[in-house]
Design a protein. Structure first.
Length: 324
């Protein structure tokens, strides 16, 4: 039977980060490093990853990000989510640590998966041309996106006057905190999932002004990248570094389905000769959290991930064997 364990690891600046791992019964044939979304934490994904690891030989690693969940130990840490250079550096640091625990990463490859804000951050990480990341990333075999935050749906757009005012204030008090609440009714069609987020004090919807400003800047950069008639924003590339499985619910009212698909369409595959280098799947009627959607949708999404990871892993292992 698949099992899950909680633990922690320490970042280079001394921050102790809460982490969780889901392991299959049999030895894993692949690994997934998962990045959660805004006002979220990795424990909420237990039902989905328990299901995935019970059905496929995949080991899943996740952690509560800076400012979120059980990583927060003090009031000052609450919502202090970091600016973009720090966010990307810490993703890289965590992935390097995870990769170091994999005895043979060529035969049991590492995949990156991101939901919502975690999808946005993984996009900025994997599409970044920053010299600070170049040559330091561990080998990433594939990328999985679950309703990534490339742009917001109109139903969840913050008031532009408030955004303008907060950007101005951020110049003087960057660590001032602001709460931006998202409607739990948009999270999932499942009422129990809605209630879980509504009542969880660790899902606090709060960020520092500097952190929220950078989050909005990342949104702007990725939205501009999605426009094929515009130049690629500085610091980003329009070429995928690895195969991608990209999924979005058509009724998502938190992140924009249309902008997400537009970015998918613009990004060039890492290998133009590989028909499987890019995969898009629309979940008709699906809300924001595909992994928590009822009526068999989360099970379908679980199978999609398991089969895609398994198929790509088999291809990579076979290619590596031939190369040897």
């Amino acid at each position: 039977m698949a099992k899950s364990t909680s633990g922690s690891f320490t970042l280079s600046d001394g921050l102790e980060v809460y982490s969780r791992v889901w392991e299959p019964t049999d030895p894993p044939q692949a690994h997934i490093a998962f990045l959660h979304g805004f006002s979220d934490r990795c424990d909420h994904y237990d039902p989905f990853f328990s299901l995935l690891t019970a059905n496929y030989p995949i080991k899943v690693h996740s952690w509560d990000r800076r400012g979120w969940g059980k990583t927060v130990k003090t009031k000052s840490q609450l919502g202090d989510i970091g600016q973009t250079p720090q966010v990307l550096s810490e993703i890289n640091e965590a992935l390097v640590q995870i990769a170091s625990t994999i005895p043979d990463i060529e035969h049991t490859p590492l995949f990156v998966m991101g939901h919502s804000m975690g999808g946005q951050e993984s996009a900025c990480y994997l599409l970044s041309t920053s010299s600070a990341l170049s040559g330091t990333r561990p080998p990433i075999a594939g990328w999985i996106l679950n309703a990534p935050y490339i742009g917001l749906d109109p139903a969840s757009q913050p008031n532009w006057l408030i955004v303008s005012a907060l950007k101005f204030v951020a110049r003087f008090v960057p660590k001032l905190k602001h709460t931006q609440t998202l409607s739990v009714k948009f999270v999932s069609r499942d009422v129990e999932t809605q209630e879980k987020y509504r009542t969880d004090p660790l899902c606090h919807n709060t960020g520092t002004l500097e952190g929220l400003q950078d989050l909005l800047q990342r949104e702007s950069d990725l939205t501009n990248l999605s426009l094929s008639d515009r130049p690629v924003p500085p610091g980003l590339t329009a070429r995928l570094p690895c195969p991608v499985f990209w999924a979005h619910g058509s009724k998502d009212m938190i992140t924009s389905y249309s902008i997400s698909k537009r970015l998918y369409d613009r990004l060039e595959p890492y290998d133009a000769n590989d028909s499987g280098a890019k995969t898009w799947k629309s979940f008709e009627g699906g809300f924001h959290q595909l992994h928590a959607e009822p009526d068999g949708m989360k099970e379908e999404y679980m199978r999609d991930i398991g089969e895609w990871v398994g198929g790509l892993t088999a291809k990579l292992v076979a290619a590596h064997g031939i190369a040897e």
